[in-house]
Design a protein around this ligand. Structure first.
Ligand code: OFO
Length: 171
């Protein structure tokens, strides 16, 4: 049985993962409308992945005798200044999520809920991977600046990366 504060922290994380999914969906829509089909594909996939992160938490809470709850969310930003702006915001958001996962993990340690702590290890590793992927993309974008050719190339790379990645459900 989950302790109340662990359950509450997991439920707060459920909402944050859903928010991440919606943020990346809004970004994907912007990319698609602004001539970046590769970045759009990458972010649509990222949005699906966040939804999978949310569901994984929902199932865990319910399986451990808790009750998963969902809440309301603010509408994500719909317009961005540039592709760099998009990925800067992705990076910032991922850093915020990493901090949030670490906070939930700290609660599980305080409560000696090692089972949940163990479950959260998956998220801790996932955050390392996501931050590193986003920082690589951001470095490349910063390198090309506003050169159209370079930007086109990065967009193609994002398309190829997305096509090569396994579907989020299979991870
Ligand atoms: Fe759920 O990993 Fe990104 O936010």
């Amino acid at each position: 049985m989950l302790k109340k504060n662990v359950e509450d922290a997991l439920n707060a994380q459920i909402l944050k993962e859903e928010h991440s999914s919606r943020i990346y969906l809004a970004m994907a829509i912007w990319c698609e409308a602004n001539g970046y089909p590769g970045a759009a594909a990458f972010l649509y996939r990222q949005s699906d992945e966040e939804r999978m992160h949310q569901l994984k938490l929902v199932h865990y809470v319910n399986d451990r005798g808790g009750k998963a709850v969902i809440g309301s969310l603010e509408t994500p930003e719909a317009s961005y200044n540039s592709l760099v702006d998009v990925f800067q915001k992705v990076m910032k958001h991922e850093q915020y999520i990493t901090e949030s996962i670490n906070d939930v993990y700290a609660i599980t340690l305080e409560e000696k809920d090692y089972t949940t702590g163990n479950f959260l290890q998956w998220y801790i590793n996932e955050q390392i991977e996501e931050e590193s992927t986003m920082s690589t993309i951001l470095d490349k974008l910063n390198l090309v600046g506003d050169q159209k050719g370079g930007m086109f190339h990065i967009d193609k790379e994002l398309e190829a990366m997305t096509a090569a990645a396994p579907s989020p459900a299979a991870e």
